[in-house]
Design a protein around this ligand. Structure first.
Ligand SMILES: [Zn+2]
Length: 315
């Protein structure tokens, strides 16, 4: 196999990136699916941010596994499936319905890695008080070099998931970062190049997305989004990154997509906010969100009031 490793030199004026090569693998699920999380119903494997599995969860319910996999299902990845061409064409114009989900202009990101990962060393303390501990690694695809360094990415993930506004209280589990010393983590949070993401998550909707792929137990964070963020979040890259981690880990914990529930309210973290916080706009992209006129405000947290609750006096 030929693996091309290069770092994108996409011009700052590159956005919106146009629809390009669809790096979709044959929908063959790997037989080596990871064991279910303790006490955690399994998420549908088609939890691509690009693609709604067609079932929106309500409240804290998990979505039951789908019977049949959609064609753009995340699949076991291999570098062979990754196109080596640079797909971003600054001159390409997205169709009007997709423009809201375009990748913002910004710094270069990793276009293609080699499909293998390095585990960032360092284990963290248990976050949360539940005896049910969900363990995860933080990993980076070889060929992806975060500007801030591997350790900064790992600490961002760990800090986000340990935040009282994140999943521990909502899901009733504790979360703990582990490293190579733990052979079988429950999931792996992985910073991944744009083209490898397309192979793992699908690209039937030609917008940059991230996903959770059950076959590999990987939370797949797209470096294109990690570097550039999303129009929904304006210039607040930190908040977008918190959203990306919380949303994809939400899939790993069993949650499916949700639409905006109340006009002008904070968006559910399981809404596809990389593309839009407007139901009508999402409906025009994924075809499954109800076009009911509701539009929410960007929100990266499963429980936005968590910090206040944690700090509030009891009794
Ligand atoms: Zn999603």
């Amino acid at each position: 196999m030929i693996t091309v490793v290069l770092i994108a030199r996409t011009p700052d004026a590159a956005a919106p990136a146009g629809p390009q090569v669809a790096g979709v693998l044959p929908a063959s699920e790997s037989a080596t699916s990871v064991a279910p999380l303790p006490g955690v119903p399994r998420a549908p494997s088609g939890t691509t941010d690009g693609v709604s599995p067609g079932t929106a969860a309500t409240g804290t319910e998990a979505v039951p596994p789908p019977v049949a996999a959609p064609t753009n299902e995340p699949t076991s990845s291999s570098a062979e499936a990754v196109p080596s061409s640079v797909p971003t064409d600054p001159g390409e114009v997205l169709p009007p319905n997709l423009a809201v989900g375009a990748l913002p202009a910004g710094e270069p990101f990793a276009v293609a890695g080699d499909g293998s990962y390095r585990i960032v060393g360092g284990a963290g303390p248990q976050a949360g008080s539940s005896p049910t501990v969900v363990r995860y690694t933080v990993e980076i695809e070889n060929g992806v070099t975060p500007t801030e360094g591997d350790e900064a990415f790992a600490q961002f993930v760990e800090r986000t998931l340990a935040d009282p506004r994140s999943w521990t209280t909502v899901k009733g589990v504790s979360l703990q970062r582990v490293d190579a010393g733990t052979a079988d983590p429950d999931f792996r949070v992985t910073l991944t190049s744009q083209q490898t993401v397309r192979g793992m998550c699908g690209f039937s909707v030609p917008l940059e997305s991230s996903c959770y792929t059950r076959a590999q137990g990987r939370v797949v964070i797209n470096d294109a989004r990690w570097v550039r963020g999303a129009l929904t979040y304006g210039g607040d890259l930190t908040a977008y990154r918190e959203y990306a981690v919380n949303h994809e880990v939400g899939h790993a914990l069993g949650y499916g997509h949700q639409p905006c529930g109340e006009n002008t309210a904070l968006a559910p973290v399981m809404m596809q906010q990389s593309w839009s916080a407007s139901n009508d706009a999402l409906a025009g992209i994924n075809g499954s969100t109800p076009a009911d006129g509701k539009a929410c405000a960007a929100n990266p947290w499963p429980d936005p009031a968590g910090a206040e609750q944690a700090a509030a006096p009891t009794g």
